[in-house]
Design a protein around this ligand. Structure first.
Ligand SMILES: C[S@@+](CC[C@H](N)C(=O)[O-])C[C@H]1O[C@@H](n2cnc3c(N)ncnc32)[C@H](O)[C@@H]1O
Length: 244
């Protein structure tokens, strides 16, 4: 890849085009996002998000920033976990955040949402106790810039938790590939009338850094005590890192 190119699924595109291409995907899937998430993961995404919250071990009144919050599942789960948390959610995509706002209001929660790019966060240095990104990092154009921004806004002693699709235990790779490349775009076609967005989803998982590569990227941005935990045989992983 040339310096100003990046991956959009299996395609190599100009970096300057990625935000728009990813934006089109999430504009298209926003209204069916929750249904498709439940179907594709057989509801497991809720378990993975619950594990992230259990992993966070935050004190009451912790300041939490949920980046790429989308339809607000994780934001809502944090709000329910402890009423004293001060939560803020962001996403680059307005339609996704609007779906999230409906869900939060239906659950009796009012949580501020800001539409912004994770690669240029409009927040001061050293503010949040915890920053989370669930299934968002792989869609970002310059992941290292987003990680640098997360580090900047974390307060000393704060932590980042990244829940993302990752690389499955090797012996299961073939069956996982067969199932995901065939079934997920088919579900997308049938339920969301959008096969291409779900093809992108599967491809974007394959080109995302491995568990070890992401750990190294985080360490390169100055995160300390970086560790990860594989869930569901590595279908997803939670990476954790601290700013001291
Ligand atoms: C797969 S959804 C995840 C939503 C939610 N966190 C969840 O776990 O269900 C990915 C989200 O990342 C957002 N996103 C993509 N690129 C982004 C960026 N550069 N900055 C902020 N959000 C971004 C998309 O708009 C989308 O809402």
């Amino acid at each position: 890849m040339n310096p100003h190119e990046t991956k959009f699924g299996f395609q190599t595109i100009k970096e300057s085009e990625k935000v728009e291409r990813v934006g089109k995907v999430f504009n298209s899937v926003s209204s069916n996002y929750d249904l498709m998430n439940n179907l594709m993961s057989l509801g497991l995404h809720n378990v993975w998000k619950k594990i992230l919250i259990d992993t966070s071990s935050l004190k009451p009144k912790a300041k939490i920033l949920d980046i790429a919050a989308g339809t607000a599942d994780l934001t809502l789960a944090f709000a329910k976990a402890n009423k004293s948390y001060e939560i803020l959610q962001t996403d680059i995509n307005h339609s996704m955040l609007m779906e999230g706002q409906k869900k939060l209001i239906n659950n009796g929660e009012i949580i501020p949402a800001i539409t912004c790019d994770a690669e240029a966060l409009p927040f001061p240095n050293n503010y949040f106790d915890c920053v989370t990104i669930a299934f968002g990092l792989r869609n970002m154009t310059k992941k290292e810039v987003a990680l640098r921004e997360v580090y900047r806004v974390l307060s000393p002693g704060g932590k980042v938790l990244i829940l993302e699709f990752s690389h499955i235990y090797q012996p299961l790779q073939k069956i996982y590939d067969t199932l995901s490349f065939k079934i997920i775009p088919m579900l997308g076609k049938f339920f969301a009338k959008d096969e291409l967005s779900y093809k992108y989803l599967v491809e974007s998982i394959r080109v995302h850094p491995t568990q070890e590569e992401l750990k190294t990227m985080m360490e390169a941005e100055a995160f300390e005590k970086v560790s990860y935990r594989n869930l569901s045989a590595g279908i997803v992983a939670i990476h954790k890192g601290y700013k001291f």
